[in-house]
Design a protein around this ligand. Structure first.
Ligand code: F3S
Length: 636
């Protein structure tokens, strides 16, 4: 009666019972960090005062903040490299590739657990790993202690049958699922794929599908580990990492969705959410100004080779800027040796280094009002760096064909791609740690690295102002924008806090300073999007005590608790309408409320009941002032 998801949870269960909603303690085999969240992770490890990590393998990647237009990013890179050397982590240098692509090629393995401080960590589910995106502090604790706490999710079974038509991609599959289930549809679920169609999908297509399970709000996504998995590992020189994984025939699932792969059509997600599904053939004529191919979703060798095939002998449309970022140095090197890179350049593409690049707004902001078509996973407003740009998401085949045509279209035909028998990994971008005795004792902290802002134990009551009343689907990008200008300040919270909530209001910091902190009110799915804990750190630094919303996205809710901020939901969602921005509210008996889960917010003469459904550990963290204080108190 066991799904793959529950087999993996069971084999790593340290404490708790496997029933949905229960909090369990899970053994973690691997962790990963990227630089934009990683600086905080390593500042947190420093604050914990540990000198060794407990995981089998931890990798620190540099792939997000790659521009070096000032000292800030290189300071961060140096700090992370020195932390990797001190704590015994593998360090992936700038240019080595996007964390999830390199993890897939070189480290992820079926049957392993992986926690990463990046919301697309579930990409490794394409290889049969249980890979979860988490807040930086969760990852720091996973490294320090070897475990991670998780509320047991339900399991959504997606049964695949048939075979993808040429010209369609794993991307079109997940866009179709997003169209059906929406950006909230996976919340509280692990998405597990099964069925006859699985064997017809490559590991990279599987990884693309798992990658964008994050856009469904799913805890993670996972595929079986089969002969396709074994062949992938063999090509990457890691066949010994193979273990088979399959659900038992009588596995029980909480929900089932059937997808016929042969009926999947090339599709896009229209601006500005990944669930705005539309088949390309139904789209009408949409002229494109920019096409960007790459990101952790679609930058594999096979994706790149299909792009080269479509571009061969053609010319990028004169009104289009086509940028291509291969996912890893391994892939870039293979393309340079087999001639595919030359084909791209001859067609007029701009080749970017192997990194997140435009996906995180690091360069290549489109012109004002532009249409940008991207093979990426997110199209939130402003993420491209241009507020009024319209971002469409699509598979790389559609992107390449559109770059030539100048409007969104599909290629006439695409042949299957032969993968090399053996990939030559670009290992010179990796720095492995020394034996423990030979490791440096100190980290290098340049002037851009500011200490981690500590929370204080919970006060029993407060009278505060509603600093902001937001509507549904507030993203972590809204709370902490990730533009090229701001990314270098990820290790500098005082500087970054000037931009808190800046896509929603211009003066949040001034409001918070004027009122001595306050609370924020939100609608449904508050904190969706990336895992960035800065979206909780900025409110902490600005004195926000509670976020009151109709519902929360999972990772952000955990991040708020980790920072000692109360995430509370309306008992009756209609009460949202009773609260006004700028009014003063009061809350009392908070310590007892944290324990009971029942809160009262008083606004004028109105008592509004709120709920905080916290596990025992979450209660302790909130009372003690966040996860770092909680961990320190228990290490003392
Ligand atoms: Fe990087 Fe974009 Fe993925 S920022 S990790 S390529 S979602």
């Amino acid at each position: 009666m066991t799904s793959i998801a529950y087999q993996l949870l069971e084999s790593h269960l340290l404490e708790g019972t496997l029933s949905p909603g229960e909090e369990i303690k899970l053994k973690i085999d691997q962790t990963l960090t990227q630089d934009s969240t990683g600086t905080m992770v390593y500042l947190q490890l420093e604050a914990m005062g540990i000198d060794d990590i407990q995981t089998e393998l931890s990798v620190a990647y540099i792939d997000h903040n790659m521009l070096q237009t000032g000292f800030e990013n290189p300071d961060d890179h140096e700090f992370i490299q020195s932390a990797a050397a001190k704590y015994g982590l593998v360090f992936s240098k700038p240019g080595g590739g996007i964390c999830h692509q390199v993890q897939l090629e070189q480290f992820a393995a079926p049957g392993k657990t992986l926690v990463g401080s990046d919301s697309h960590t579930p990409t490794a589910g394409g290889l049969g790993a249980l890979a979860i995106g988490a807040g930086g502090l969760d990852v720091a604790v996973a490294m320090a202690s070897g475990f991670y706490f998780l509320k047991v999710p339900k399991v959504l079974n997606v049964r695949l049958r048939g075979k993808l038509k040429p010209g369609t991609n794993g991307k079109d599959v997940i866009l179709a699922i997003l169209g059906k289930k929406t950006v909230k549809g996976g919340t509280g679920y692990i998405v597990e794929y099964s069925g006859d169609g699985v064997k017809n999908l490559s590991v990279t297509d599987r990884a693309t599908i798992c990658n964008m399970g994050a856009e469904l709000g799913a805890t993670t996504s996972v595929f079986p580990s089969d002969e396709v998995t074994r062949a992938f590992l063999k090509r990457h020189g890691r066949e010994e990492a193979f273990v088979p994984l399959a659900a038992t025939e009588d596995a029980v699932y909480d929900e089932v969705l059937d997808i016929d792969l042969s009926a999947i059509e090339p599709a896009v997600a229209k601006p500005h959410l990944p669930d705005q599904y539309e088949k390309v053939k139904d789209l009408g004529m949409v002229k494109v100004d920019q096409v960007a191919i790459g990101s952790c979703t679609n930058s594999s060798y096979t994706d790149m080779m299909k792009v080269a095939q479509i571009l061969k002998g053609k010319k990028v449309h004169e009104d289009v800027s086509l940028v291509i970022s291969p996912g890893s140095a391994t892939i870039l090197n293979a393309l340079s040796k087999n001639g595919a890179l030359a084909i791209m350049i001859e067609a007029g593409a701009r080749i970017l280094e192997s990194a997140c690049g435009p996906c995180i707004g690091m360069g290549q902001a489109p012109k004002s009002g532009a249409v940008s078509l991207r093979s990426f996973n997110r199209n939130f407003k402003g993420r491209s760096g241009t507020k009024d740009a319209k971002i469409y998401l699509a598979g790389p085949e559609t992107c390449a064909a559109s770059a030539i045509a100048g409007y969104i279209t599909t290629p006439d035909s695409v042949d299957a791609v032969e993968e090399p028998d053996h990939y030559e990994h670009a290992t010179n971008y990796l720095i492995y740690p020394k034996e423990k005795a030979a490791r440096p004792k100190d980290v290098k902290m340049g002037p851009n690295i500011k200490p981690f802002p500590m929370a204080h134990p919970l006060e029993d009551g407060f009278e505060k102002t509603i600093l902001l009343k937001a509507s549904d689907n507030v993203t972590t990008d809204d709370i902490c924008p990730s533009t090229a200008k701001l990314l270098p300040y990820r290790s500098n919270i005082p500087e970054l806090s000037k931009h808190a909530f800046s896509t929603l209001v211009d003066d949040f910091k001034a409001r918070a300073e004027k009122h001595g902190g306050g609370i924020v009110v939100g609608g449904d799915n508050y904190g969706q999007g990336s895992s960035r804990e800065h979206a909780a750190l900025l409110p902490l630094y600005l004195g926000v005590k509670a976020i009151v919303a109709k519902s929360f996205a999972r990772i952000h809710r955990s991040n708020l608790i980790n920072m000692g901020i109360l995430p509370l939901v309306f008992k009756d969602p209609a009460d949202y309408d009773k609260l006004k921005e700028g009014e003063t509210i009061a809350m009392k008996d908070l310590k007892a409320s944290v324990k009971s889960g029942e809160f009262i917010l008083t606004a004028g003469r109105e008592d509004i009941p709120l709920v905080g459904d916290f596990s025992e550990r979450e209660k302790a963290m909130l009372l003690e002032g966040g996860y770092l204080n909680y961990t320190k108190n228990r290490r003392a």
